[in-house]
Each structure stands twice: as structure tokens, then as C-alpha cells.
Design a protein around this ligand. Structure first.
Ligand code: DHB
Length: 511
């Protein structure tokens, strides 16, 4: 396994958690004009002009490609620097050649978003150091080397402000990603790549948006927003979703978190206020900015109450395992769903064990002659500290990134759960119910047009409950979708750490 691109702990302030979307990082295209700006505004028809020809080294070979950058994908952008696509196309396709069995007509379009923390994110751009990762192969370079057309996409995020108004609150980010997908469909005849084969990729908040993009393709719920933005009149459905540790299902994430981590009273998180964009990239500084603490008696009470609310939600989903057995929880949070989660983690541990990982000093891992037979769930849960104090997402004092996501043009932070509204320390307001709905992939799974799903959440991820990804995966499978869901052993909150496997999967569904 390649070294993970670890996303730092997420706190509300001004820093992005994504390694890709640092606000203070110089933008290599800052002085480049918009690709498609005309006297009459932004032209949504792709013209294969104004490109740079670039090359990157991938292993021993050199991949040459054309870069069509800073394409504003809506006619009425509010934040044009964020509402852009960078399209990268292997040069071979302009000579009628094939790569990896794909041609200019058949190459799937890889759509990585750079969103972290629901912050604004510019489309990742090629610069002197490659695609922001230096010599390390990253998803974009890997995609190009395997013959994919890459549509690197930016989106508005929760902290943007213009003329005294917030311009990136929910549902801005998903509207933007949908508009970008529409641009690709609208230009399918004139652009290299096959818009019927769009594969979305994202991590964390970006993973949640990737899943939401797949769930809600062509849903009418977003039409008015897309019209207002001046999105192309075309489909916004996609072919496949890759989602790493999706921070989704925010309405239920607080109770899911306490269902999993109740009883773990020690926490460890990053104090972003002690980091700036430079020290953020410095491991030793990041380590120093960690806050360790213990939940107060009041917080433990909140944890108990939220935990108690989870079984009713889980049972309302009527989940079933692959054999058709009901996955449920009793009032204490025990039952077949918990057994299912235990088996998911146990099989990840078994896989790592078979690959030579040692579990010495981990008595909660039960090893016999055939490998890992089981794990003790409580032992696993208590093997690391929790990351968030309760409520993990809808903070009672409105301080979380998610409170900030559900603000409006004029109100910076809002609640989005009944529990936190009721227990608010700030007389907080409730977010618009419909907007909260628009941000949750779970609400659209029954109408999803996306057949192929790959979902990953590492066993060391403590940013949201493992139940969140598991519920998403189980529901998709029940709906007849092809789902590749795993919780790789020891992997923290991160994405793009298994590019070989990721592209093997994409090839397997695309060919
Ligand atoms: C991200 C992480 C979080 O813990 C969270 O609550 C939201 C987003 C992220 O890394 O994108």
C-alpha cells in the first residue's frame, strides 16, 4: 500500500483539510485568462483551442498530454475561480492512437474533485511540480497514464464571501459538480472522452460529494439552482462513484458517531487555530498542534443521548445483508447490524494478517490457524482515541464545519439536527430542511442512475462512524448496484492511497 495522503483533522476555521486545496498555495493559473470567456459571457461550448502541451513522468515512461484549463462550466458564475474545470487529455488521442485499449471516443472521463472540509476548492492544476504531489504518482497522473481523460473540477465551499455575502454555502458545491458534469455531457460530441463513462472521485467531504453526485444524477430537486447558475442543459448523471471516507448523511452522523464511539472518552484532534498554511505542511508542527482531552460529564451525557437515538434510525432503513437477513439494532445498540460491522472490520483485519501485518499486543484480534477468526468490537473501538466530541457534526455552539456548511448568504452557521437545535448554547437557527436533504446521498439512493460504486473507509478513520459508509454500501447493494466496499486495515482518514486497485476497478467496469 502506498503512503496515504493523510487529511488533517477537520476544524471550522479558515484552513482546508484537503492536501489539494490549500487557500494560501499559489494558484498556477492565477494570471491565466478564463478559457471560455467571450464578449457575450462564458461560452459553454468546448473548443479544442488554447491548450498547453505538457508531460509527466509515470514510472519509467513519459506521458504527454494536452491541458485545456480554467474552463468556467456555468454561464453565470458567482465565483469563477472555483467554478472551473481543467481538462487533461493524453496526446496520443490527437494522433488517433490507443492507450490501454481506449481511444479518443471511448476513453472514460475521470472526474476528481479536490474538496476537503466542505471548503472551497479550485480545480487541481498542473504546475512545475506536477499535479501538486511532486514525484509521487497521484490520481490524475495515474489516470492519464492509463488512457483516461481527466476532468479536474473545482467547486464553491462554505467559507467563500463576496460583497458581504456568503457565496459557497450548501448546496453550492453539489450544484457546481453537477454543472461540471452537464458541461461534459453537453460537449460529448466535440471533446475527447466518453461522457457516458464519467467516474467521480473524492475524499472525505469530497467523497460525500462524489457519492451525492452519483446518487442524485438528473434529480429535479436541483434544477432551479442549476438554471440559476446557468448550467448547460444536459444530463448530470454519472457512470461510477469512487468515494473515500465519505462524510455524508450528516443528519444522522452525530448519533452514528456516538453509537460507535460512546465509552471512548479520550479524544485527539488538531487545533487548526495553531496552524497556518505553511506549518500545516510541516509534520512536526502538525503534531505539536494536537489537542488531547477527555469528555466532560456533560459531553458524556450528550453521547449517551445521541447513541440512544441511533437504533431507531438504523432500523428505519430496513437493511439486509447479502443473504437477506435483517440488519437491526436493539435499544442498547446491539444486534445484527453491529455483528455485520464487526464482520466487516474482522475481514479487513484478516486480509492485513494474510498480507503479513502483525497483531501482537492487540488482544481484541482473535487469530486461529486459518487467520483472523473474529475481532472483539469494543476492543477495536477502544484501540484508538475518538476524534470528535459530541455532537460530532452539529455542534451545540455552532462551531463545526458542518454548521458552517449549512449557513446561508447572510447567516454564517446553522444547526441541521433537531437535537442540536434543541440543546443549542447559541440560540442557533435551523437550516432549511430541503437544503439539508439536497446534501445527503442517502436521500437519493432509490433513484440513482449510477451502477458502479467503490467505497473505502479505513479502520483507523475516526472522522465519522464506520456505520455511515456501511449503511451507504448496504443500501446501494440492496438497490441492485455493483458495490465494492472495504475498510482497509490501519488506514486513517485519507484517500487515493491505493491507486493501482482503484484503476483496476475502474478498468474492470469501463471495458
Ligand atoms: C472532512 C473531515 C471531517 O472530519 C469533516 O467533519 C468534514 C470534512 C474532510 O476532511 O473533508
Amino acid at each position: 500500500m502506498k503512503k496515504a495522503t493523510v487529511l488533517a483533522t477537520f476544524i471550522a476555521l479558515t484552513l482546508s483539510t484537503s492536501t489539494l486545496a490549500m487557500p494560501n498555495k499559489p494558484d498556477p493559473l492565477a494570471n491565466t485568462p478564463y478559457f471560455n470567456q467571450t464578449d457575450k459571457g462564458f461560452d459553454l461550448k468546448f473548443t479544442p483551442k488554447n491548450y498547453r502541451t505538457l508531460e509527466v513522468k509515470v514510472g519509467d515512461s513519459l506521458v504527454k498530454f494536452r491541458a485545456f484549463e480554467k474552463i468556467v462550466y456555468v454561464a453565470n458564475p458567482i465565483e469563477p475561480d472555483y467554478q472551473t474545470l481543467n481538462i487533461y487529455v493524453p496526446e496520443a488521442y490527437f494522433k488517433g492512437e490507443k492507450i490501454n485499449g481506449y481511444s479518443a471516443e471511448t476513453a472514460p472521463i475521470f472526474l476528481p474533485n479536490a474538496v476537503g472540509g466542505y471548503m472551497p476548492a479550485k480545480a487541481v492544476t498542473y504546475d512545475a511540480k506536477g499535479f501538486g504531489s511532486g514525484d509521487k504518482p497521484n490520481a490524475i497522473v495515474t489516470a492519464l497514464s492509463k488512457g483516461y481523460v481527466v476532468a479536474s473540477v473545482g467547486a464553491r465551499g462554505r467559507t467563500l464571501e463576496k460583497d458581504g455575502k456568503y457565496t459557497g454555502k450548501a448546496p453550492a458545491a453539489i450544484i457546481d459538480l453537477k454543472a461540471a458534469v452537464r458541461y461534459l455531457h453537453a460537449n460529448d460530441n466535440v471533446m475527447p472522452g466518453d461522457a457516458k463513462k464519467i467516474i467521480s472521485n473524492g475524499t472525505s467531504a469530497g467523497g460525500a460529494l462524489s457519492a451525492l453526485l452519483g446518487a442524485s444524477g438528473d434529480s429535479n430537486d436541483y434544477t432551479d439552482y442549476l438554471k440559476q447558475a446557468g448550467a448547460a442543459e444536459a444530463s448530470d448523471a454519472i457512470f461510477a462513484v469512487s468515494a473515500y471516507c465519505p462524510i455524508t448523511n450528516l443528519e444522522n452522523a452525530d448519533s452514528a458517531y456516538e453509537w460507535e464511539f460512546n465509552g471512548v472518552n479520550e479524544y485527539s484532534r488538531m487545533d487548526m487555530s495553531r496552524l497556518d498554511a505553511n506549518s500545516y505542511n510541516d509534520r512536526s508542527q502538525v503534531e505539536k498542534a494536537k489537542i488531547e482531552g477527555t469528555l466532560s460529564a456533560d459531553e458524556i451525557k450528550v453521547s449517551d443521548q445521541l447513541k440512544a437515538a441511533f437504533p431507531a434510525y438504523l432500523n428505519s432503513l430496513n437493511l439486509k445483508d447479502e443473504k437477506g437477513n435483517a440488519l437491526t439494532l436493539d435499544a442498547q445498540g446491539n444486534g445484527s447490524f453491529k455483528d455485520y460491522m464487526r464482520s466487516v472490520i474482522a475481514s479487513a483485519v484478516d486480509k492485513a494478517h494474510k498480507n503479513g501485518a502483525s497483531f501482537d499486543g492487540k488482544p481484541w484480534v482473535k487469530v486461529n490457524k486459518d487467520g483472523v477468526s473474529d475481532i472483539d468490537w469494543d476492543g477495536y473501538v477502544h484501540s484508538e482515541k475518538r476524534m470528535k466530541s459530541p455532537p460530532a457534526f452539529d455542534a451545540l455552539n455552532l462551531s463545526s464545519g458542518e454548521n458552517n456548511l449549512f449557513g446561508t448568504e447572510t447567516v454564517n452557521n446553522k444547526h441541521f439536527t433537531a437535537y442540536s437545535l434543541q440543546h443549542s448554547t447559541e440560540k442557533g437557527e435551523m437550516a432549511d430542511k430541503q437544503i439539508v436533504k439536497l446534501m445527503n446521498a442517502m436521500n437519493y439512493l432509490d433513484q440513482s442512475k449510477t451502477q458502479h460504486w467503490r467505497i473505502r473507509a479505513g479502520t483507523s478513520d475516526r472522522d465519522t462512524s464506520h456505520a455511515i459508509s456501511a449503511i451507504l454500501a448496504v443500501k446501494l447493494r440492496m438497490n441492485g448496484k455493483q458495490v465494492d466496499y472495504q475498510t482497509p486495515w490501519g488506514v486513517p482518514h485519507s484517500g487515493d492511497y491505493d491507486l493501482d486497485e482503484l484503476f483496476q476497478w475502474i478498468d474492470s467496469i469501463s471495458k
